[in-house]
Ligand binder design. Structure first.
Ligand code: ADP
Length: 637
């Protein structure tokens, strides 16, 4: 076995790999950028080498720097993790050239699956069913459009080099095709420096079911069952689970065999994932193969009892697979929730800032936290906003789901906005509990997930009021303790009165609603949790999460609407295009300009009917989050 490996990655996955290496007695070398000087993966590794400035294009993506770091540290192998250079054939070639072992598949396998179009050609030959579509070389826009017209709308445009849902656009009508193609190409160019597009039939409400495969250098190949990753937003996975709800043994066999055919068709080695779309008739179609360890590999580990990083290291070291197909068994059910620094209520915009508070739930046999951050860390604009993964396991789906909601309501993070409340609402929704999932789930259940129904507000208001009273009581007691006059009534600057049983009135704000509560219950029920955040607290209940605060007194400020409004940048980023002329009338919701941040495009839409009076930035310019982007005059009614 290797005595030392270098990990060409950061964050949770670097920490995850270090964990297994330690267990196996292998020394680890971390690499880091300026921003990651004090990051957890640097602290955990035996050695750490600085490889450049904060932007990943100048550090984690610079192959020469990675290879130099490996050579100078005496590492024998490089683990690329996921993302960054994990599917980069050049890194693999450079490893070969420098007598380093790449912990992953051979160059040819990466190349074969590197382009979604080329991969589809190979899969067709290997008798793996494909999503119908155009995956040809001719990229003439007219040809692409013709193929869409022929197969019928809706279609999905995809970047051949794509990943992470980038460079992807659904097109519902022929007349939207050209604009969607331009946008998809732009995003693909930015993200992958490659504009080649494929056009696929956009299947309605499929499930995303993927198979974990493993192959060694001795012609052994197994699959480690499936993962259902249907819960997605913007085509990116949010909660994954294994096994897939409702999966039959017969279908699992068929999908598993197809995945093994896909892998053996390209002489695969190591960990790979074959992604399929599964329709409601049990028909499945190949989408792509990821030639690396996936973000969601822990759910497979939890149900199979195997350590997939250990498998990767053994296979890279030339050993045979640790198990045969017959020895692999599914035990129980697992979920993974990806915790992101982002704001689901504002179009999932990434959030940056300092993690003032970070209190994950306790790790047990049922709860696993794969994290790369510690309290006080900065979530910066430079990297992916996924900060940690919460993984739970239990003997069946229902119990595992219960573990998931409990653990989510126990996860305390302050300093950045996170998607924890959103994940909690997803996990506690009735439809998800039924296992009734497809890739349109989040859109279909928007109301339930971002709930604002009157009956829900009526349910939450007394609980919120009780939580406020409890907090005020605590702070009054704190103040009294610190004071020289512990019994002074002046410490009770709030609603709480020590020994007064007369009805109490309290105003609470839930979301944007203000509700008056009279005499809330004396204590908060055991299944309710209030977790404070920046501007109030999140109330975790069996009916989902509510954002609450004590209502501030009305200061009688003039609420008159101004007739002009300036639109601010939702976050740090670059202006991509301006889409309207200054002074020309636009309708509410029309896209005025496009910004790019963290490699994703964000449209800035007209807040009402009106016109742009001035753009303050031009395409290509960098903008700070919060800076005013444009002046807007609201049309008179
Ligand atoms: P990426 O590599 O960018 O992640 P994928 O090809 O894996 O892109 O697709 C991501 C997601 O987009 C899938 O999980 C699925 O939800 C959706 N998707 C992809 N292709 C189709 C299709 N032809 N029809 C319907 N949904 C699709």
């Amino acid at each position: 076995m290797f005595s030392k490996i270098l990990i060409a990655n950061r964050g949770e996955i670097a920490c995850r790999i270090i964990k297994t290496a330690k267990k196996m007695g292998i020394q680890t070398v971390a690499v880091y950028s300026d921003a990651d000087r004090n990051a957890l993966h640097v602290t955990l590794a035996d050695e750490a080498i600085h490889i450049g400035p904060s932007p990943s294009t100048e550090s984690y993506l610079v192959i020469d720097n990675i290879i130099q770091a490996a050579l100078s540290s005496g590492a024998q192998a490089i683990h690329p993790g996921y993302g960054f250079l994990s599917e980069n054939a050049d890194l693999c070639r450079q490893c070969d050239a420098n007598k380093l072992i790449f912990i992953g598949p051979p160059v040819a396998a990466i190349l074969a699956m590197g382009s979604k179009s080329a991969a589809k050609n190979i899969m067709a030959k290997a008798n793996v069913p494909l999503v119908p579509g155009y995956h040809g070389d001719d990229q003439n826009p007219a040809i692409l459009k013709q193929s869409a017209d022929d197969m019928g709308y809706p279609v999905l445009l995809k970047a051949a080099a794509g990943g992470g849902g980038k460079g992807m656009r659904a097109v519902y009508h022929a007349d939207e095709f050209d604009q969607a193609l331009a946008a998809a190409k732009r995003e693909a160019k930015h993200s992958f420096n490659d504009e080649i597009m494929l056009v696929e039939k956009y299947l309605q409400k499929p499930r995303h079911v993927e198979i974990q495969v493993f192959c060694d250098q001795h012609n052994n190949a197994v699959h480690l069952f499936e993962r259902d990753c249907s819960l997605q937003r913007r085509h990116q996975k949010v909660i994954e689970e294994a096994p897939a709800p409702g999966m039959t043994e017969a279908l699992r066999q068929r999908m598993g065999q197809a995945a093994i055919r896909a892998a053996t068709a390209i002489d695969y080695q190591g960990a790979g994932t074959v992604e399929f779309l599964l329709d409601s008739n049990g028909e499945f179609f190949f989408m792509e193969m990821n030639t690396r360890l996936q973000v969601e590999h822990p759910v497979t580990e939890m149900i199979s009892g195997q350590d997939l990083v250990e498998w990767q290291l053994r296979v890279a070291n030339g050993e045979a697979l640790p198990c045969t197909q017959d020895q692999l068994k599914i035990k129980g059910h697992a979920f993974e929730a990806r915790i992101y620094a982002e704001d689901p209520e504002h179009d999932f915009l990434p959030s940056t800032g300092n993690l003032r508070l970070l209190q994950p739930p306790k790790e047990t046999a049922h709860v696993r936290i794969d994290s790369g951050i510690v309290e006080g860390d900065e979530v910066s604009v430079f990297y992916d906003p996924m900060i940690t993964k919460l993984v739970v396991w239990d003997i069946d789906r229902e119990r595992a789901l219960q573990r998931l909601t409990e653990a989510l309501s126990d996860y305390k993070i302050a300093g950045v906005t996170t998607n924890i409340p959103f994940l909690y609402n997803l996990a506690s929704s009735a439809a998800f509990r039924r296992g009734d999932v497809d890739t349109g789930f989040i859109e279909e259940h928007e109301d339930e997930i971002f709930q604002r129904r009157q009956e829900d507000l009526d349910y939450a208001a007394p609980l919120a009021a009780q939580a406020i009273l409890a907090a005020q009581k605590r702070s009054a007691q704190e103040l009294a303790k610190q004071s020289n006059e512990p019994n002074s009534p002046w410490h009770l600057v709030n609603h709480w009165r020590a020994s007064d049983n007369s009805p109490q009135r309290l105003n609470v704000t839930i979301g944007t609603e203000q509700i008056e509560v009279i005499s809330p219950a004396p204590t908060l029920p055991a299944n309710i949790k209030a977790v404070s955040n920046e501007n109030g607290f999140n109330l975790f209940t069996p009916k989902g999460v509510f954002h609450c605060a004590a209502t501030q007194p009305d200061l009688g400020l003039d609420q008159d609407q101004d007739s002009s409004a300036n639109l601010a940048a939702p976050m740090n980023g670059t202006v991509v295009t301006l889409l309207v002329e200054v002074g020309t009338a636009v309708a509410k919701g029309e896209t005025l300009m496009v910004m790019e941040a963290m490699k994703m495009e964000h449209s800035i839409a007209a807040p009402s009917d009106g016109k742009v009076s001035e753009f303050f930035y031009q395409p290509g310019e960098l903008v700070d989050g919060g800076a005013e982007l444009l002046g807007f005059e609201i049309a008179e009614v």
